[in-house]
Design a binder for this molecule. Structure first.
Ligand SMILES: Cc1cc2nc3c(=O)[nH]c(=O)nc-3n(C[C@H](O)[C@H](O)[C@H](O)COP(=O)(O)OP(=O)(O)OC[C@H]3O[C@@H](n4cnc5c(N)ncnc54)[C@H](O)[C@@H]3O)c2cc1C
Length: 316
């Protein structure tokens, strides 16, 4: 570990134990990469280690899916093939693997990094943020003295590297509601380079077969969600994007200029609109970008990875 300011690693899940100079430690792929001084002017002194929390990574019920914050990307990737889900008609599950695959990660990151760590890190290209926001997931957050609150993941990520957690608060879990999982979905992602970090990642949902929910991530500094009581025409969708996303909300870094991210947001949003307007499985749909249509989650659909394992799982 390359953090020479750490005086103690404390196994705990109790926010009451948190004090200045502490950081929650999940997979450690950010903490150990960025180092002790990346999180403020004062160096980190202790790591509060969630590694022995013992939380069940994934719980499936009729109400939806509960993800412990400590659920790893690898565990989430395995979920669509789980027998627990074989009797559920949840098209929203099709988003899980494309979102995991958007995490252009090494073998170590794939197997160690966590859903909660990704959301709390709050990078615009955080694919777990995209997935959870796109499915209207709610985060449960613990504070000292048994305090607990819930907040939509869409609102928890507030900017590039910023989140709505108060000092010492702990993200315990994320609930993905069955109502969103039951909707037809569409996904688009673009990167400037092959297997590069996402520059634009959009998720569409058709609630009740009629109402579009569009979630914009990666191109913007924080998630932006548009809700329509119907399926809009192209011009209405473009106008709504213009109203919802001011120019300075488009992200600007080495993974894409704001003007490109803006243009691709409009383009992918319209592809999603057209896909969800067409009958399911229609061949006349434009798909720009990677990882869509999804890998089969049952034998009736075509499989993108013949081995059924992602490149990351295979040690790429
Ligand atoms: C090679 C490489 C590629 C990467 N690619 C991407 C990418 O494409 N997209 C992307 O978004 N990130 C990427 N990352 C960054 C990082 O790996 C991910 O964001 C990862 O998901 C972080 O999860 P973690 O569990 O390792 O977090 P950690 O490093 O353990 O923690 C990260 C931050 O979140 C806080 N935290 C963790 N869990 C909680 C919790 N439950 N409650 C409150 N705070 C918490 C920690 O205190 C810390 O501030 C990459 C990193 C590397 C090294």
């Amino acid at each position: 570990m390359d953090m020479n300011t750490i005086e103690a690693v404390v196994p705990t899940t109790d926010p009451a134990e948190w004090r200045d100079g502490d950081a929650w430690l999940a997979g450690g792929t950010v903490l150990f990469s960025y180092g002790s001084y990346a999180f403020g002017p004062e160096p980190l002194k202790r790591l509060l280690d969630l590694g022995s929390a013992g939380w069940t990574p994934i719980t499936v019920t009729d109400a939806g899916i509960e993800l412990a914050s400590t659920c790893t990307v690898a565990e989430l990737y395995a979920l669509p093939a789980s027998p627990d889900l074989s009797r559920r008609d949840w098209p929203g599950l099709d988003l899980i693997r494309p979102c995991c695959d958007s995490f252009v990660a090494s073998f170590k990151v794939w197997n160690m990094s966590t859903v909660g760590g990704n959301v709390c890190t709050a990078l615009p290209a955080g694919p777990m943020t995209s997935l959870c926001a796109g499915l209207d997931a709610e985060a449960t957050i613990l504070g000292p003295g048994g305090a607990s609150r819930t907040v939509p993941v869409t609102d928890l990520v507030t900017g590039d590297g910023t989140n709505g957690l108060a000092r010492g608060e702990l993200l315990r879990s994320i609930h993905v509601p069955a109502s969103a999982l039951a909707s037809r979905v569409a996904f688009r992602r673009l990167s400037l380079s092959n297997l590069g970090r996402s520059g634009v990642l959009l998720i569409g949902r058709l609630d009740g077969g009629t109402s579009l929910v569009l979630t914009v991530t990666a191109s913007t500094k924080r998630p932006v969600q548009l809700r329509f009581g119907h399926l809009p025409e192209a011009a209405e969708l473009a106008a709504a994007l213009g109203d919802a996303i001011p120019e300075d909300l488009y992200h600007n870094d080495i993974h894409g200029l704001p003007a490109w991210r803006r243009d691709m947001t409009y383009r992918l949003a319209d592809e999603i609109r057209a896909e969800l307007a067409a009958p399911e499985g229609s061949p006349d749909v434009n798909v720009s970008g990677d990882f869509w249509p999804p890998e089969a989650r049952n034998s009736t659909r075509a499989s993108r990875h013949t081995s059924g394992r992602s490149p990351q799982q295979e040690g790429a």
